[in-house]
Design a protein around this ligand. Structure first.
Ligand SMILES: *Cc1c(COP(=O)(O)O)cnc(C)c1O
Length: 413
């Protein structure tokens, strides 16, 4: 009988394991304290409301915000939609359905949960500028400044990119927006909980983040909404019972919110020591792979990247074969499954990485339970898989002989 090899989880940018301490905090709210936080007439309701308000304090503390500035949602996707569509519609310069409603700035390597709401705004009469990063993947203050117009109402730029881990100039872009009285939103799903946030010093008006990316349960997230200097207003996407100060109606997910609060508290306590540990793992992985093989490229800016994400392209291997060769490693590839075909990642394409190289890229992302031994195993396994595939590649032979294959004129037979 063959024992299946233990899986190594290096896909923490997709989701994380729920921390057992988070689960423990949640458990009483399933069967014992099950009240509806909206029930004002009895203790069941009060207990749930107290639990939610405690979680709101824990979440706010992670951001340097006031508890009243945190709105609970179903996750970062909803938070992004609420922030982008909710402000654009409220601050629009012309009535719904008419052109000239206002100008919005974002960029081409945002998560779909930002790109798609922005495209919806375009259909509704807003004009949207999609900034393009350079090959380092960074969106700068200067890029935003060059795109500003007198009718710009909203700028939305993610703090760190989920595929390549690059860090945008968010505090600088926030300062620019505050100088010009423009609302600034950031999708901080891969930043908040991992890196320090201070919504005051960083000049942020709206910030989205998610529980399941920071060792909390899935299906819950937050939106920070600034209350003063300036007070940001939103049009709700979901109307009903008026929960979450009318910005997000619906019976609150008490267990999820309690878990999210605990997850935020644990991340705040982990602080710099955990960042240093993750950085050590990332550096070891990148050094191990780039020193063992040639034609290996780490994507995105060399230093302006968060510690927990590494995106690496391997020349002269086919992407799907590579994924099959490292089946015991759970990670993401540079290909995205669309309806029928495999498309190269639009993020990597956005940095100018060619289609072939994008397909043969891996996103390896680390978390609270990733060990040195697992990273060591990943280096060995990926190196073996790449060497095996290259041994069968005539193109790699040509490359080794010093022939530049991009200059070969292929003959049709
Ligand atoms: C995961 C992720 C999202 C989506 O978050 P959900 O909570 O799963 O909706 C949005 N933006 C970024 C950058 C992400 O990494």
């Amino acid at each position: 009988m063959t024992v299946p090899p233990a899986m190594i989880y290096l896909d923490n940018a997709a989701t994380t394991r729920c921390d057992p301490r988070v689960l423990e905090a949640m458990l009483p709210y399933f069967c014992d304290q099950y009240g509806n936080a909206g029930s004002r007439n009895h203790r069941f309701g009060w207990e749930s409301e107290d639990a939610i308000e405690r979680a709101r304090e824990q979440c706010a503390a992670l951001l340097g915000a006031q508890p009243k500035e945190v709105i609970f949602t179903s996750g970062a996707t909803e938070s992004n939609n609420l922030a982008i569509r909710g402000t654009a519609n409220l601050y629009a310069k012309a009535p719904a359905g008419s052109p000239g409603r206002g100008h919005v700035i974002t960029d081409i390597i945002e998560h779909k949960a930002v790109l798609d709401p922005c495209k919806r705004l375009q259909r509704e009469g807003f004009e949207v500028t999609f900034l393009e990063p350079g090959t380092d993947g960074i969106i700068t203050r200067a890029m935003v400044e060059a795109a500003l117009r007198p009718d710009t109402i909203l700028v939305t730029v993610m703090w760190t990119n989920n595929e390549i881990g690059t860090i945008n100039e968010v505090p600088q872009i926030g300062a620019l927006c505050h100088e010009r009285d423009i609302i600034f939103h950031t999708d901080a799903t891969q930043w908040a909980g991992k890196m320090p946030v201070d919504v005051e010093a960083d000049h942020i008006d709206l910030l989205s983040w998610s529980s399941h990316k920071i060792y909390g349960p899935k299906g819950v997230g937050g939106l920070y909404v600034r209350r003063r200097r300036p007070r940001v207003r939103l049009e709700a996407l979901v109307d009903g019972g008026g929960q979450e100060r009318g910005m997000r109606s619906g019976t609150q997910n008490v267990t999820g919110i309690v878990g999210f609060g605990k997850a935020c508290e644990l991340c705040a306590a982990g602080g710099d020591a955990e960042r240093q540990r993750l950085l050590g793992l990332r550096n070891r992985l990148e050094a191990g792979l780039t020193s063992a093989m040639d034609v290996v490229q780490v994507n995105g800016h060399s230093t302006k990247r968060v510690p927990h994400i590494s995106n690496i392209s391997f020349g002269f291997v086919e992407g799907e074969s590579l994924m099959m060769g490292i089946a015991e490693i759970a990670c993401s590839s540079g290909s995205a499954c669309t309806s029928a075909s495999l498309e190269p990642s639009y993020v990597l394409k956005g940095l100018g990485v060619g289609d072939e190289l994008a397909h043969s890229s891996l996103r390896l992302s680390f978390g609270r339970w990733t060990t040195e031994a697992e990273v060591g195993h990943a280096i060995t396994s990926i190196t073996a898989a790449v060497n095996h595939l290259r041994a069968m590649s005539p193109l790699y032979d040509l490359h080794k002989e010093g022939i530049d294959i991009s200059k070969i004129e292929w003959q049709q037979h």
